[in-house]
Design a binder for this molecule. Structure first.
Ligand SMILES: Nc1ncnc2c1ncn2[C@@H]1O[C@H](COP(=O)(O)OP(=O)(O)OP(=O)(O)O)[C@@H](O)[C@H]1O
Ligand SMILES: [Mg+2]
Length: 357
């Protein structure tokens, strides 16, 4: 499989339109969706997504919140044969359980109290295109059963109707909760899981691919700078190095927020460390120790690990991923450097590129 590092970008043709109703977005093409990353696992992931895009296979995307599951779903859609057909995103977690079936399948007039008008469901809106089921773990048990039927036969019935309708929709589901645990607890149907899990794409957490932070930060400085009236906004290498020391429990979304906030705060044309929030700059290490107060040895080991990871990443960044150079720069032996790369699962090659100085 060929692996293409860098920016995985696609141009779309129409206007992006966000529907008003909660938990529902309908995108039609004319924004540019980019899955930015150079980490080896990310490149493989994007290549796999493109490879499966033009099949009818159901795809399950897993990964922590904010890691880019929806961006990946957009990439799949854009490389599929129905790229100009609707893309309807449904956030199952944003729709109260009793309303989920009618949101999804629609309802007929009088189906329940308050159903004064016939309602077209998301499935019908997505017909011919793609439906993106976000937070699938939040789907009610009764919708899970009905969805399984639709996946198997293409059939469905609007709430309150005995009519059988047919749809032809590509399903992409996403989950950030552990579905296996939910199945064990009887909260998620096993048969539905197997039906969804035909192709599984796992988006790694940002802390596991810190080498993507420079590209992502530069991208966000450019795009968010333009959004906030600061076209050409850049981010300094020092600021990027600070951003690389943080662990991002909120993943790419959190990084995007950091850079967006900095874009608003900075006065010149360059984001510097002082524009970044305190949690990223770790100005308050005391607080972090208090937050997870362990015995002394564990607390110290955690701090050392955090420092080492950030240090190794920063040196590799500076030395363009060349280990001999990074080892000379740091004063660590090459063997020692290799051991640390292994321990922290850092891929030196993904830092290859222009040497930063
Ligand atoms: N690789 C990437 N390149 C560019 N932008 C990204 C990338 N990954 C995530 N983003 C941006 O980060 C934000 C969060 O991404 P996204 O909505 O796809 O995450 P998610 O995994 O679906 O999150 P959630 O679990 O909360 O639904 C979005 O604004 C998205 O544009
Ligand atoms: Mg999402």
């Amino acid at each position: 499989m060929s692996i293409s590092p860098g920016i995985h970008s696609i141009a779309i043709d129409d206007i992006t339109r966000r529907a008003e109703s909660a938990g529902y977005t309908q995108r039609s093409p004319r924004s540019t969706v980019e899955f930015i990353g150079q980490d080896l696992a990310v490149c493989e992931l994007v290549d796999l997504a493109k490879q499966v895009a033009d099949t009818a296979a159901t795809v399950l995307i897993t990964g922590e919140s904010g890691s880019g599951k929806e961006v990946l779903a957009q990439i799949i859609r854009q490389h599929s044969g129905h790229r100009s057909e609707p893309f309807v995103a449904v956030n199952c977690g944003a729709i109260p359980e009793p309303l989920q079936e009618s949101e999804f399948f629609g309802h007929v007039r009088g189906a329940f109290t308050g159903a004064n008008e016939r309602k077209i469901g998301k499935l019908e809106r997505a017909n011919g295109g793609t439906i993106f089921l976000d937070e699938i773990g939040e789907m009610s048990k009764s919708l899970q059963a009905a969805l399984l039927r639709t996946l198997q036969s293409g059939e469905y019935s609007p709430v309150g109707s005995s009519e059988t309708k047919f749809c032809n929709v590509r399903v992409i589901a996403a989950a950030n909760r552990d579905l296996s645990e939910m199945m064990d607890a009887g909260e998620f149907r096993r048969d539905l899981y197997y039906r969804l899990n035909i192709i599984r794409l796992e988006v790694p957490a940002l802390r596991e691919r810190k080498c993507d932070i420079p590209l992502l930060s530069e991208h966000f400085a450019r795009t968010l700078g333009a959004k906030y009236g600061k076209a050409g906004l850049r981010i300094s290498q020092e600021a990027i190095q600070v951003l690389m020391t943080y662990d991002y429990p909120g993943n790419v979304r959190e990084l995007e927020n950091f850079v967006g906030r900095a874009a608003i705060l900075c006065r010149g044309g360059v984001i510097e460390p002082e524009h970044l929030p305190a949690e990223a700059t770790d100005l308050n290490p005391q607080q972090e120790i208090l937050d997870r107060l362990d015995d002394f040895q564990s607390a110290k080991a955690h701090a050392v690990e955090k420092f080492e990871r950030a240090y190794i990443t920063a040196v590799l960044q500076k030395c363009g991923g060349i280990i001999s150079r990074a080892s000379a720069y740091s004063g660590l032996s090459e063997r020692n450097f290799h051991e640390k790369l292994k321990r922290y699962a850092i891929n030196a090659k993904s830092f290859r590129g222009p040497v930063r100085g």
